[in-house]
Design a protein around this ligand. Structure first.
Ligand code: CUA
Length: 334
C-alpha cells in the first residue's frame, strides 16, 4: 500500500502540471526564484497527496476489518488501548514533523524572493486603478513607462512596490511570487529572468471592477537589447514629421489629454494617467486590454468607457479629423 501511494504521489503532480505551461504559469519557470517556488509547491502537493492517500487507506482498512461489537463495552482491554495510543501518538508526531518541514522549507525558499544585490536593476512600480506605473531610476537618469517592465536576462531585478489608491498585487507567476502594492507602504520583490521572453503578469488582489483587466508584461532581453531599449526610453518623444501627426500633437496638447498625461519634450507633463512619451513602443495599451496599433489607439481614445468601463480616462469630444490625427500622433510615439 505504501509503495502504491508513493507512486500515486509522484504521478499526481505530473498530471497536474500537464496543463500548466505558458507565459503566465507558476510551473513554467523563467528564473531561480520561480523555480524555488515551483519546487516548493510540488513538494507540498506531493506530501499532502501522500497524507490524503494514507488517510483514505486507513479508513478503507478500518471499514474492511470492522470488529465485532464488544459484549462488555466498559471493560478495559490493555492491548487495544496500547495500540490505539500508538496510532494516535504516531499521527500527532507525523503532523508535527510535516508542518515543521513545510514551515522550514517555505521560509528557506521565500527568503530568496527578497535577496538584495548592489548590482540589481532598480524599478519602482506604482499600482493605479487599473494600470501599472513603472519608473526606472539610475543615478539622475529616470524615465517612466507603464504596464511593461523590460529587464536584462541574468541580472537581479529589484522592484519597489507602492500603490496610489487601493491595494493591488504584483504577480508574474513564471518569475516570482506575489507581493502586494499597498497605499502608504513600500514593499519589495526581486527576481532574475534566466531566459529571454515575455512573461505575463496580472494584478492578484481584487481592486475594483477592472481588476481582471490589470495585466502587465515582463520582457526579458539580452543585456545589449535592454541597453538599447533603455536609451530609447530615456530620449524625449519623437517630433512629429508628417502634417497629420503635427496636427495630432496640436490636438493632444490643446485638449484635456494633456491635463492627465505626459509626453516628454512637449508641454504635457501631467501625472494622472500613463506616461505616453513612448506609448507606441509598448505592446499593449490599457494594461493589456488591446494590442497597440493605430486602430486600437483610435478606438481607445474614441470610447475608453466601453472598452474598459469605470476606468479614469474620460471620453473627450473630438471631430473625426482630430481623432484620426491624434491616433496617428500616438502611433508615432515609438
Ligand atoms: Cu489591481 Cu487588482
Amino acid at each position: 500500500m505504501r509503495q502504491e501511494s508513493r507512486a500515486a504521489a509522484s504521478v499526481l503532480p505530473a498530471l497536474l502540471c500537464a496543463g500548466c505551461a505558458g507565459a503566465q504559469s507558476a510551473f513554467d519557470t523563467g528564473g531561480a526564484q520561480a523555480l524555488g517556488l515551483a519546487r516548493l509547491m510540488i513538494f507540498i502537493m506531493a506530501v499532502c497527496a501522500a497524507v490524503w492517500l494514507a488517510v483514505m487507506a486507513a479508513l478503507a482498512f478500518a471499514l474492511w476489518r470492522r470488529r465485532q461489537e464488544p459484549t462488555q463495552p466498559l471493560a478495559i482491554d490493555a492491548r487495544r488501548q496500547r495500540r490505539m495510543s500508538l496510532v494516535v501518538g504516531g499521527s500527532v508526531a507525523a503532523t508535527v514533523v510535516i508542518i515543521g518541514l513545510f514551515t522550514v522549507t517555505s521560509f528557506w525558499v521565500t527568503r530568496s524572493l527578497w535577496a538584495g544585490d548592489r548590482d540589481a536593476v532598480k524599478v519602482d512600480m506604482r499600482g493605479y486603478q487599473w494600470w501599472w506605473q513603472v519608473t526606472y531610476r539610475d543615478g539622475n537618469q529616470a524615465f517612466t513607462t507603464a504596464n511593461e517592465i523590460h529587464v536584462p536576462v541574468g541580472r537581479l531585478v529589484r522592484i519597489r512596490l507602492t500603490a496610489d489608491d487601493v491595494i493591488h498585487s504584483f504577480w508574474v507567476p513564471s518569475l516570482t511570487g506575489k507581493q502586494d502594492l499597498i497605499p502608504g507602504r513600500t514593499n519589495e520583490v526581486s527576481f532574475v529572468a534566466e531566459r529571454p521572453g515575455v512573461y505575463r503578469g496580472q494584478c492578484a488582489e481584487f481592486c475594483g471592477v477592472q481588476h481582471a483587466r490589470m495585466a502587465m508584461q515582463v520582457i526579458a532581453q539580452s543585456p545589449q537589447d535592454y541597453d538599447a531599449w533603455r536609451q530609447s526610453q530615456l530620449a524625449p518623444a519623437a517630433k512629429p514629421s508628417d502634417p497629420e501627426q503635427v496636427f495630432g500633437e496640436q490636438v493632444f496638447l490643446s485638449k484635456p489629454c494633456a491635463a492627465c498625461h505626459t509626453v516628454r519634450g512637449t508641454s504635457a507633463t501631467a501625472q494622472l494617467g500613463p506616461d505616453l512619451t513612448h506609448v507606441a513602443s509598448r505592446s499593449t495599451i490599457a494594461a493589456g486590454v488591446l494590442e497597440t496599433t493605430r486602430g486600437s489607439l483610435a478606438a481607445w481614445i474614441a470610447d475608453p468607457q466601453t472598452i474598459k468601463p469605470g476606468n479614469n480616462m474620460p471620453m473627450v469630444a473630438l471631430s473625426p479629423d482630430e481623432l484620426n490625427a491624434i491616433s496617428a500622433y500616438m502611433a508615432s510615439l515609438k
